[in-house]
Every structure is written in C-alpha cells, then in structure tokens.
Design a protein around this ligand. Structure first.
Ligand code: HEM
Ligand code: HEM
Length: 131
C-alpha cells in the first residue's frame, strides 16, 4: 500500500534523521555531559587557532582555491558545530542543525585527512610542513 505523498516524505525525513542521528542507548547517555564540556573547550581552541591564523595572514601556506575553501569550511564548521550544540542546549532554532553539522564536519575531516595522505604519498612534504 502506498502512503500519501506527504507521509512518504516525512517517512523519508525520519529515516534520514535516523541515519544521521547519534543514537545512544541508556548505558552511553553519560557521554552527553562530557561531550558538551569537550565541545566548549574545542570551540575556545578553534578561536585561538583562528586568531593565530589571522595573525599569520601574510605567511600562509601555498594552496589552490579549492584547498583554501576546504580549509575555510573546516574553520567554519569548527565554530558552527559547538555553537549549534549550545543553541540546542538552550532550545534556540539553530540547535536543530547540530547533528547534521557534526556529521558534515566528520565527512570533511575524513576527506581532509585522506587528501593529506594522498598528497604526502605523491612526494609533497605537507606533513613535515605542519611541524
Ligand atoms: C590526522 C589528522 C590530520 C592530518 C594528517 C592533517 C593534515 C593537514 C595538512 C597537511 C595541512 C596543510 C598544512 C600546510 O599547508 O602547511 C592541514 C591544514 C589544516 N587542517 Fe588538518 N590534518 C588533520 C586533522 C585535522 C582536523 C581534525 C581538523 C579540524 C577539525 C583540521 C583542520 C585543518 C585546517 C583548518 C587547516 C588549514 C590551516 C590553515 O591554513 O590555517 N585538520 N592539515
Ligand atoms: C565539536 C563539538 C561537538 C560535536 C562534534 C558534537 C556532536 C554531537 C552529535 C553527533 C550529537 C547527536 C546529534 C543528534 O542526535 O542529532 C550531539 C547532540 C547534542 N549536543 Fe553536541 N557536539 C558538540 C558540541 C556540543 C556543545 C558545545 C554542546 C552544548 C554545550 C552540545 C550539545 C548537544 C546536545 C544538547 C545534544 C542532544 C543530546 C541529547 O540527545 O540529549 N554539543 N552532539
């Protein structure tokens, strides 16, 4: 039996949320509080790192526009993920995006590390450049 279109759409939405959501069973719920504390700490560290990057604006590593946009997206999500977490804590509208933004950051990090390894294997000494 086919559900009416709007129901199918909401069923798909729920399925999508289920795929993205981080379902904690009862025994792992204790992780929620420390993840908030670690998240706030990461937000502060990201701010310090970003200020450092701005202060070194004249001595930026070389990179194509694609690389620069990727790194900018990493910075943006490093702020947006904990900020949306705080919004969720206080039931502000941005809070609904927290899970999806965290998932996007995870994907971007996997891609970022993958590309770093690809370039390193090609003989570009990018890992050494980080030191
Ligand atoms: C094993 C993990 C990682 C490796 C091997 C890695 C590797 C690198 C490399 C090689 C660069 C370029 C450095 C240069 O051009 O001199 C870079 C830049 C960057 N990485 Fe990673 N990375 C890792 C994890 C992460 C994570 C977890 C994040 C953020 C959540 C991140 C965010 C960034 C950002 C924002 C830049 C640009 C920095 C700037 O130019 O200001 N990286 N990374
Ligand atoms: C880098 C930092 C963070 C990451 C990667 C992260 C990741 C996540 C993820 C994956 C979820 C599950 C999403 C879902 O069920 O849709 C979640 C839930 C949540 N996060 Fe975060 N988070 C971060 C920081 C924060 C911060 C700083 C706060 C607030 C101070 C926060 C508050 C929450 C709340 C209230 C929930 C819902 C918990 C529940 O189901 O009861 N998060 N977070």
């Amino acid at each position: 039996m086919h559900l009416p279109f709007s129901d199918e759409k909401s069923a798909a939405k729920v399925k999508c949320q289920h795929t993205l959501a981080w379902h904690l069973n009862g025994s792992l719920k204790f992780l929620i509080a420390p993840h908030k504390a670690v998240g706030v700490l990461l937000l502060l560290l990201a701010a310090v790192r970003f200020v450092w990057a701005l202060r070194n604006l004249r001595r930026r590593p070389a990179g194509s526009l694609k690389v620069k946009l990727g790194h900018l997206a990493l910075y943006a999500l490093m702020f947006a993920v904990p900020a949306s977490g705080m919004a969720r804590q206080f039931q502000a509208p941005l809070g609904v995006a927290h899970g999806a933004l965290a998932f996007a950051l995870l994907l971007l990090i996997v891609g970022h590390v993958g590309m770093a390894l690809v370039h390193q294997r090609k003989g570009e000494q990018i890992l050494q450049r980080m030191m």
